[in-house]
Ligand binder design. Structure first.
Ligand SMILES: [Ca+2]
Length: 389
């Protein structure tokens, strides 16, 4: 796949007010000049050398997911329900034909996945919060074909609906990843109803595995088991909003914990990841986890974060632009305004990428050119990280 070069947006007009704001801060708080200078810089020192942040699209409203088109440009979902195409001149165009979404609380138009065979099939996958009978909500997965002129989705079909519906607008999970053999893997949150994660007669708090048409693969771990939904691949999750396969075919997820105890998990079939029975944090009420940190038959996370990273978006890097980061995971943070770079084999963070543009990160992906792309809710923008030289 050869993507045409993408060019950063000229942000000079925006830099003036930012600089003025930084100066005002420095004047108001003696000694803060260095800090504010560092926070404003668009270069970052890392273990693989100096890197630079480039703006690739601005003017986005609560962007949720990004995906790259082989013909050039990229797509972005906005939680409110718009699917946008950003062309090589950084101009935005709305794509029509998106399913009707329930943009309530954390719900709305959520993840976007462009499969490896997109150039032939034109298929793309969208996840979203959707109404269920009785005005209740849960997460759905749809597939549609992007028209050749890039203006609309055709033949849109909802191929999976997490069931049943629940009230409230919390914890829709909702990342979808393409497996090495072409299966679809999707995260579902607990919908704010924590005990449902241990009840496999619903889809809450699971990773599901589906065929490309939404049907159930015959070799899923619970097929034929009474009282267990056959789509379920793993369970006992709380609200995973990062999901990525690495080059070795391992499936990684990042997951919001309760108060503290955010998790990185290696997702394997048939396993129970413990929510809400075990965890590294405490419940929001301050109540400890019922069984503490470990219990028979439940998997502890590979890494955890307290205070909360609030992880969203996960990329497993395999590009050539940063050879020193190959095999590493990039986890966006909604709460700490940074990207954690993780060596999963050593279970350590090797870098923390933070700049003026990394406020409230919703998604992180590896671009076709090997750059690290991310979406910032605070900035309303898409950015990429490239070597500084
Ligand atoms: Ca867990």
């Amino acid at each position: 796949m050869t993507a045409r070069p993408l060019h950063p947006v000229d942000l000079r007009r925006r830099r003036l007010p930012l600089a003025a704001f930084g100066l005002a801060l420095a004047l108001a708080v003696p000694g803060s000049l260095l800090t504010s200078e560092a926070a404003r810089a668009d270069t970052i020192e890392t273990s693989v050398g100096e890197v630079r942040v480039e703006a690739m699209a601005t003017g986005l409203t609560e962007p949720w997911a990004i995906g790259f088109l082989p013909e050039g440009g990229f797509l972005v979902t906005e939680r409110g329900g718009r699917l946008l195409r950003v062309d090589e001149a950084a101009d935005r165009h709305q794509v029509s034909g998106v399913p009707r979404v329930a943009a309530t609380g954390q719900g709305g138009l959520l993840d976007l996945m462009i499969p490896r065979d997109f150039a032939q099939t034109r298929e793309l996958f969208l996840t979203f919060a959707e109404t269920r009978p009785g005005g209740l909500l849960n997460t759905s997965l749809a597939v549609g074909r992007l028209s050749e002129d890039l203006t609309r989705l055709d033949d849109v079909r909802v191929i999976f609906r997490a069931m049943p519906g629940f009230g409230g607008g919390r914890h829709f999970g909702s990342r979808v990843a393409e497996g090495p053999e072409g299966h679809l893997f999707m995260t579902l949150g607990d919908r704010g109803s924590d005990t449902t994660s241990q009840d496999r007669s619903n889809h809450n708090g699971t990773v599901v595995r589906l065929n490309r048409d939404g049907s159930v693969p015959g070799d899923n771990p619970f097929v034929g088991q009474e009282g267990v939904l056959p789509e379920i691949w793993s369970w006992g999750h709380r609200n995973a909003q990062g999901l990525a396969f690495d080059a070795d075919g391992r499936l990684w997820s990042t997951e919001h914990g309760p108060r503290g105890g955010d998790e990185l998990n290696l997702v394997e079939p048939g396993l129970n990841y413990g929510w809400p029975v075990i965890g590294e944090g405490v419940h929001y009420s301050g109540r400890p986890m019922p069984e503490g940190r470990e219990a028979e038959g439940m998997i502890r996370p590979l890494m955890d974060w307290s205070p909360a990273l609030a992880p969203s978006g996960l990329a497993a890097y395999s590009g050539t632009l940063f050879p020193g980061w190959q095999g590493h995971l990039f986890a966006g943070s909604l709460q700490q305004d940074r990207i954690a770079v993780i060596d999963p084999d050593r279970a350590v963070e090797v870098d923390s990428l933070q700049a003026a543009q990394t406020g409230r990160i919703r998604d992180v992906r590896e671009g076709p050119e090997g750059a690290i792309w991310f979406l910032s809710i605070h900035e309303g923008g898409a950015f990429r990280i490239v070597p500084a030289e």
